[in-house]
Design a protein around this ligand. Structure first.
Ligand code: PLP
Length: 331
């Protein structure tokens, strides 16, 4: 099946903005750097990569006749906020499980940012103590059962919308969109740098490029500090998504394990200084959990020449700014 044959409910403004980061490029003095901005891709509650992924899951949810979207993530999960936004937009109920993935001292960490927005969007959040992980959790099964017992019809969306059969399609479409934007702008990206967590963003890109017959270097930046699991997820989802597009993904996944800062959700000094540099050269806001870390990777790879000076590199900005409110202790 071609990508265009998969049902999709448009939830974004259209192609996400693509633009050069001229001051950052000049500052680093290496490869030319551009950004493609999922952080401003949609009018739904600050958008982000999850809104793009959910375009395909939303179509499936509506077709299933469900009345409640159920999902799971950390306390400051951008994904659960996006599910809450999509539920509100589609007129569905939303039940979220928020796990304590991050041990962070800021006293408002579990009150502001993404959880606050989910509340405003009408979702119900259940807080549970559990570490980072994308497996199927008991708490999540329990919420699904409870919706069933109340006579509702739940639609289950796993963490990051990743371990879902349709989870990779959104970013396969991103690859198609990028090629059209490249043609229009007269530019070609040799290398793409993208944060990798639950995996379906990088995996979708890889499957999308495979379906297009395009060979690009997509450098995933592990932000989980559990890179073996991230790599396995990206491989699995890329293969599965490629099959949905009548193609195969057989390449090796590139995952850089040097920039997660030691712990999921906790920024190290490199992350914080990368966030400051992006903000002070481009007024581009990144968060301490995801894009602060992939920005730290990009800066280092360009500054050290691991991404060659002759290259044109794309920073895939996936969103995530609302979580910043929970990090006032360091930002
Ligand atoms: N950037 C942001 C802002 C995110 O919310 C996520 C989600 O986990 C990622 C990057 C990583 O994307 P993925 O989980 O698809 O690997």
């Amino acid at each position: 099946m071609a990508l265009a044959d998969h049902d999709r409910i448009p939830l974004t403004f259209g192609p996400s903005p693509l633009h050069p980061l001229t001051r950052l490029t000049d500052h680093l003095g290496g490869a030319r750097i551009w950004a493609k901005r999922e952080d401003c891709n949609s009018g739904l509650a600050f958008g982000g990569n999850k809104v793009r992924k959910l375009e395909y899951l939303a179509a499936d949810a509506v077709a299933s006749g469900c009345d409640t979207l159920v999902s799971i993530g950390g306390v400051q999960s951008n994904h659960t906020r996006a599910v809450a936004a999509v539920a509100a937009y589609l007129g569905l109920n939303c039940q979220l499980v928020q796990e304590s993935w991050v041990d962070w001292p800021d006293s408002v960490y579990d009150k502001v940012g993404n959880v606050q927005l989910s509340r405003l969007l009408g979702a119900t959040s259940r807080f549970v103590g559990a570490g980072f992980g994308i497996g199927i959790k008991e708490s999540y099964q329990q919420v699904l059962t409870e919706v069933d017992l109340r006579g509702g019809k739940p639609y289950a969306i796993p963490a990051g919308a990743s371990d879902h059969p349709l989870g990779g399609l959104g970013f396969a479409r991103w690859a198609v969109e990028l090629l059209e934007q490249e043609r229009a702008a007269g530019v070609r990206f040799d290398t793409i740098v993208v944060a990798s967590g639950t995996g379906s963003t990088q995996a979708g890109m890889l499957a999308g490029f495979a379906a297009l017959g395009e060979r690009r270097r997509v450098i995933g930046v592990d932000i989980t500090a559990k890179p073996a699991e991230t790599r396995a997820a990206v491989e699995r989802i890329a293969r599965r998504t490629a099959v949905l597009l009548d193609t195969e993904f057989t390449d090796e996944v590139i995952l850089d394990e040097r920039y997660h800062g030691g712990t999921y959700g906790i920024p190290d000094e490199e992350t914080l200084s990368a966030m400051r540099l992006a903000a002070r050269t481009e007024a581009m806001i990144t968060d301490p959990v995801y894009e602060g870390k992939s920005m730290a990777a990009l800066i280092d790879l360009v500054a050290t020449g691991e991404i060659a000076r002759a290259d044109t590199v794309l920073f895939a900005h996936l969103g995530g700014q609302p979580a910043i409110n929970g990090y006032s202790a360091v930002i």
